[in-house]
Design a protein around this ligand. Sequence first.
Ligand SMILES: O=C(O)C1=C[C@@H](OP(=O)(O)O)[C@@H](O)[C@H](O)C1
Ligand SMILES: C=C(OP(=O)(O)O)C(=O)O
Length: 428
Amino acid sequence: MSKNITVSRNNKKINATIQLTGSKSECNRALVIEALSKGKVKVTNVSDAADAVTLAGILRNVASSQLSVTGENPLQTTDNGPQTTDIGPAGTAMRFLTAHFTLQNGEVLLTGTERMKQRPIGILVDALRTLGANISYAENEGYPPLQIKGGFEQLTDNITIKGDISSQYITALLLIANSLPKGLNLHIDGELTSRPYVEMTLSMLQQAGIQHQWTDNVISIAPQEFQETNIWVEPDWSAASYWYAVAALADEAELFLPGLTSYSLQGDSVITELMANFGITSQFKDGGVYLKKEPKPIIRKIFDLKSCPDLAQTLIVVCAALGHDATFTGLETLKIKETDRIAALQNELVKMGVRLTEKGMVYKLDCSHKFIPERMTVKTYEDHRMAMAFAPLALVIPQVEIEDAEVVNKSYPAFWDDFEKAGFILSK
Ligand SMILES: O=C(O)C1=C[C@@H](OP(=O)(O)O)[C@@H](O)[C@H](O)C1
Ligand SMILES: C=C(OP(=O)(O)O)C(=O)O
């Protein structure tokens, strides 16, 4: 990746209709459910997100190799070892596939980008090993790549898992729970981070006929069959957040995002409430949401983002651009995402004089030395959300150069086309 895009704008009035692609999170779940349901569940409005496209391709390959089982190892172990499956930068898909592969016949080496090899997975591997799965580390203990030998005898139906590192481990286990011969009682140890993502998983399983019980910190799923259904993937609310940011930084904004509803499964739909603080109203009608800017003084000073970590960059950059000092909590998981997002934000915001400081678990944004440069070049650290969160700055900084602009493909490949459609000028 090496192409940079410089973003600028002639005016600060936005009026556009933007059709967002399907939610990466919903789509990843739907694809795994579809694969496990053996044809009973069908997915529509599949996301264009590169992570979902990669996952779909891998699941298709697994399905076709399982269908052509001729011997011991349908995943086609080569002379040089098991078949390698490369998930690239897709963290959610990496975690879901780790659990999924333990139920398939054959052996696989599951790997990803260099960054993926630094994103911890030991908590999930330990849980799967306790169930009886056969997984080993091909390089470093606790991190991908993983060697997974599928098919195992289930040793227990009780698993305890830490809840405060990544909810993706919990979702990965829940997605395979009803397919386990003994089902699963998952005890969540400590606070649960990114809780709406676990609720999304359970709702989607329920759509596919899988019942659960959630009492205190234990989620139980009995062995049961998927029911025939069609899962429609909603448009991506995390992607919508960049349009809320655009509205927040514009002088006047009227935007329509078709397909988004107020009763979404996605926790990131909370962006409507967060951005109401910045004068952005959300009106749900005509099968979508209308955003309108009605300027008002910003009062809210404290934001807890534990339930919506993917909105952190969007919100922090908006506060920085508006010179709004604020305090953020619930950002602990940001250091193990596509990049260390705290460090990335600190490095880039300082280019406009804004400091993000960390004390314990509390992050403070200090805009007292904020300035508006003529031009700002933003590094993206192989993180789609760095590119998309900083691009709206073109409404306040005359020229914003985004490095490695294709990074947006991970979740929102049409991002730059949509930006142009909304009147931003892109020079590539
Ligand atoms: O389950 C999911 O689809 C996701 C869960 C979240 O991760 P964590 O649970 O690691 O915070 C989120 O950041 C990620 O983009 C998608
Ligand atoms: C954290 C993210 O993705 P993943 O963990 O799936 O790589 C994200 O999309 O912000």
